[in-house]
Write a protein that binds this ligand. Structure first.
Ligand code: 5RP
Length: 251
């Protein structure tokens, strides 16, 4: 049965079809919700398109590294179609390893040379430098990036930035070094915040650090890693991506 919007409105029920000049806030909220839904759908389509573009780079006998996060998971969802071309695989997180196993692609942590590593990013700049670690897998991601002959970053356009540093930088620390590392990071100009309740696949903790000046990103990457107790940080400047897909579009 089709409801009469005027009748609903008279009863005091919320009716999106009736123009209510007495309560414009209601319509602004509805507008914001609709806008966010449309943007989220567009972002998801871009992630899928980037994943599909990276899939084309898998050729016969590819030794593949697979990253973590929602964009990487769209890539994993496509992998069964090229399974016969994958000679071996390595995952950047326990979750990715489980998803790959479920897709019929077992992982091997002993692999130290990858033909191709595909992963997402939290931010990427025009020099293909990235911030990663929003999902907390940054230390293993950096190992796989180091193993890779070709590192391909797949992302949606919200990740593109002129300069790195709007997204808080994830720093993985030994639990016993948390306050010491936080103090050092604060002295470097950052605002560290403990990602409470989160434990990395390596049994460590994460500090999310806002406000650091990442103009010289590679230098900052090294300086943070020189703090005792820091395992690694989410600046990927020393090992940048070799190629980037923003949606289907190469950067
Ligand atoms: C996980 C990562 C991810 O690649 C990054 O957080 C991007 O995630 P998503 O694809 O969900 O936006 O670095 O540690």
């Amino acid at each position: 049965m089709v409801e009469n919007p005027q009748k609903n409105a008279k009863k005091g029920r919320f009716c999106p079809f009736r123009h209510d000049t007495k309560n414009p806030k209601k319509y602004r909220i509805l507008g914001v919700i609709c806008y966010n839904l449309v943007m989220a759908a567009a972002t998801e389509e871009e992630k899928k398109a980037a994943a599909a573009a990276a899939l084309q780079l898998i050729t016969d006998n590819t030794v593949l590294g697979v990253g973590s996060g929602s964009t990487a998971e769209f890539f994993i969802a496509l992998l069964p179609s090229v399974r016969q071309k994958i000679a071996a695989a390595r995952a950047s997180s326990e979750r990715t390893a489980r998803l790959l196993a479920a897709a019929g692609i077992p992982c091997n942590d002993d692999i130290s040379e990858l033909d191709l590593y595909v992963d997402g990013a939290d931010e990427i700049d025009g020099n293909r430098q990235m911030l990663k670690g929003g999902g907390g897998a940054l230390a293993r991601e950096k190992v796989l990036a180091g193993c890779a002959r070709k590192f391909v970053c797949i992302a949606d356009s919200t990740k593109q930035v002129g300069r790195l540093g709007r997204f808080p930088l994830a720093v993985e620390v030994l639990p016993m070094a948390r306050s010491f590392a936080a103090r050092k990071l604060a002295a470097m100009g950052g605002g560290p915040c403990w990602r409470e309740g989160f434990i990395t696949d390596n049994g460590n903790w994460i500090l999310d650090v806002s406000g650091l000046d990442l103009t010289a990103a590679a230098k900052m990457e090294m300086e943070i890693n020189a703090i005792p107790g820091v395992v690694d940080n989410g600046v990927f400047a020393r090992r940048r991506a070799d190629a980037v897909f923003i949606g289907a579009r190469p950067l």
